[in-house]
Design a protein. Structure first.
Length: 146
């Protein structure tokens, strides 16, 4: 009887260890290798894209669309956050065609958030145009709210 209990405990520990290691690997934060296993499904209310520069590198965060304004913490601590426009393109590849992605800029946030929008802003026009063209190529509707 004790052998059975010990085997059961060992089996449960192995199963839990496998579960947690798999869920860590699917987290896409800033790591292109982890983006490989990501799958994104259709969102009825679309998606929200936020961007901010940090140490000269643009960061991008994508959150599922809702009827409420997200907080700064939700934006920057989001699991669907990547660094650099190339990583953003890899992330955009995971979206099904015809999804709507709304890119929210600092002016819009200043009017919507009570208080500061911190460092959330749109990048320079060349990057915006490149991402917009990429979305068009991937059949994604990109709406930009300055």
């Amino acid at each position: 009887m004790k052998k059975r209990q010990i085997l059961l405990v060992v089996w449960l520990l192995i199963a839990l260890g496998t579960f947690f290691s798999c869920s860590e690997e699917t987290s896409p934060v800033g790591d292109n290798k982890k983006l490989d296993t990501l799958s994104i499904s259709h969102s009825m209310k679309g998606w929200e894209l936020y961007s901010w520069a940090e140490d000269g590198v643009w960061n991008y965060s994508v959150l599922i669309g809702t009827n409420r304004v997200k907080t700064y913490q939700e934006v920057v601590e989001n699991d669907l956050a990547v660094m650099g426009k190339d990583s953003l393109k890899i992330l955009l590849n995971k979206f099904p065609a015809n999804e709507t992605i709304t890119w929210l800029g600092g002016e819009w946030l200043a009017n919507s958030w009570s208080g500061s929008h911190e460092n959330i802003s749109l990048p320079e026009t060349a990057i915006i145009n490149e991402i917009k063209a990429y979305c068009t190529q991937k059949q994604l509707e990109l709406v930009i709210l300055q």
